[in-house]
Design a protein around this ligand. Structure first.
Ligand code: SF4
Ligand code: FE
Length: 498
């Protein structure tokens, strides 16, 4: 089957019989619900660009399994060039939609499953890798959207999975049958879960040998029996149902990826969809593989989102007549610098990638973690500068209806106008975009998506080779010779001193 069109994607979602809630309300057709519409539009943009001659080279590629043309969102990374193309694709999509486009979690979860299933099979003689390849070919050939489901509720954070008062705080196997397993638990913060076709469940943390029931990686159709999806609340999401496009900030695509809580209430998973089952010693590596790829992503997607935010801020500066002010210009430069630093790190992490035992490619872990650590700061700083330049009206504007009111609209417009002949609503639209694109939901996603800041700092310390760095310092300060024979006083000593 060729790459899906946006229409085919939407129709394929409509055909699913999912058990979904928005708030406390069960929703028969999430596709037609205003809370979900922007997130579906965003994914439609990916399907659309895959058919655009200008961008199809980036959005699509060739399957190493079948030779078929596939979406890059279903591809196993085959080279450092593939890794860089992914980052470039994420930036393009971030620039095109101004928001999270959701498909990357599934992509990185599929790559982690591909890599670790190979390693388990090599050591244990299991057949997880072939099972996963069969599953993946189906995903690639049908161009399906896969939601990666990693984060367990975790209960008491001071205790591991097997020590919880309620063992369901981590997804686990509750029954083993001849033809499959039954899983129970929940995964939180699942980007794009409500508008995906499949859920790829991975463990979210390293496990001890006695925690084998929690060591489960498997694929579940989003409409499988026992799966319940509960859509997450977002900052300002009431505005989606209040009839104002302007107040939504980014009415077409939303200002964040749609997040969903997924409950697995005794869901049966046949063995052909099980890719890790009890091998606790491989779980930590699997989580690390996923997190490392995903942390590099943020330099691409948030770099693209920052481009749109910087553009909206510069536009407001123009409307306000301050675009030539050197202080304003310098703040815009700072925004660009903060964003490009993240993108450069993501490209660097990809260029310095290396081959895994299965033959696929991993990004440089130190650089990937540095990218994500920068994101946890730089996105806040970019938002701060956007607020600084644009001004307080971001937080105090009346709602859109006031601008159209027969009673007060004329005066509301008069006092929001900057220049005779301006379209006052243009200023309002860009202001609302900045307000929503820097909202709590967006910032918290930048902070905690792909792992909280401390998770990156632990990796950075582990890979930082402090012993080696101390040895470097010792050699620089205590070494007594070098090629030029420099003396300790900095004089070049060209021959023997005696
Ligand atoms: Fe992709 Fe970025 Fe959204 Fe994560 S936050 S799913 S990397 S767009
Ligand atoms: Fe994310």
């Amino acid at each position: 089957m060729p790459i899906k069109t946006p229409q085919e994607y939407v129709e394929s979602l409509r055909a699913l019989k999912i058990n979904a809630y928005i708030g406390a309300e069960k929703v028969e057709s999430p596709v037609d619900h205003p809370a979900i519409g922007p997130h579906i539009n965003t994914v439609c943009k990916i399907y659309e660009l895959a058919h655009n001659p200008e961008h199809e080279g980036l959005i699509t590629t060739t399957s190493h399994l079948t030779g078929h043309k596939i979406s890059r969102f279903t591809h196993i990374f085959q080279s450092t060039d593939d890794l860089m193309c992914k980052i470039k694709m994420l930036r393009l999509l971030g620039q095109t939609t101004g928001t999270c486009f959701q498909r990357c979690v599934g992509l990185d979860a599929m790559n982690a499953t591909y890599a670790i299933s190979y390693e388990i099979d090599a050591a244990r003689g299991t057949d997880y890798h072939q099972r996963f390849k069969n599953y993946l070919i189906g995903i690639q050939d049908n161009d399906l959207m896969v939601a990666g489901a990693m984060t367990d509720p975790k209960g008491n954070r001071g205790k591991g999975p097997s020590q919880q008062d309620d063992p369901d705080q981590f997804v686990r196997v509750v029954e083993r049958r001849a033809d499959g397993v039954v899983i129970r638990g929940a995964k939180l913060h699942n980007t794009g879960g409500i508008n995906s076709h499949e859920i790829l469940v991975l463990p979210g943390t390293g496990l001890k040998p006695e925690e084998a029931d929690f060591a489960i990686a498997c694929a579940v159709p989003v409409d499988a029996n026992g799966v319940t999806l509960i859509f997450g609340r977002q900052t300002n999401d009431d505005r989606k149902t209040q009839g104002s496009n302007v107040d939504m900030g980014n009415p077409r695509f939303g200002v964040v990826g749609g997040e969903v809580m997924i409950i697995f209430d005794d869901v049966f998973v046949p063995y052909e969809r099980v890719f890790l089952n009890g091998e606790t010693e491989y779980v930590g590596q699997m989580v690390t593989y996923f997190a490392t790829w995903h942390r590099a992503n943020y330099g691409g997607c948030k770099g693209g989102n920052a481009d749109v935010l910087i553009g909206a801020t510069a536009k407001i500066a123009q409307i306000h007549g301050v675009e030539r002010n050197t202080i304003v210009k310098d703040k815009v430069i700072e925004m660009i610098h903060l964003s490009e630093t993240c993108y450069a790190g993501a490209i660097g992490a990809s260029a310095a990638g290396y081959t895994l035992p299965c033959g696929s490619y991993m990004v440089d872990p130190m650089m990937a973690n540095t990218v994500k650590q920068n994101i946890t700061r730089n996105i806040y700083s970019i938002g701060r500068l956007a607020h600084d330049i644009a001004g307080g009206f971001l937080a105090t504007m009346p709602e859109e209806a006031a601008f159209d009111s027969p009673e007060i609209g004329k005066l509301v417009r008069k006092y929001h106008l900057c220049n005779e002949g301006d379209d006052v609503m243009e200023r309002v639209r860009y202001g609302r975009y900045i307000e929503n694109a820097t909202s709590t939901t967006t910032l918290v996603e930048a902070m905690h998506g792909a792992g909280s800041p401390q998770a990156q700092r632990i990796v950075m310390l582990g890979l930082g080779d402090l012993k080696g760095k101390i040895a470097m310092a010792e050699e620089v300060l205590n070494g007594d010779s070098d090629a030029l024979g420099l003396s300790i006083r900095g004089q070049v000593v060209t021959g023997k001193t005696d």
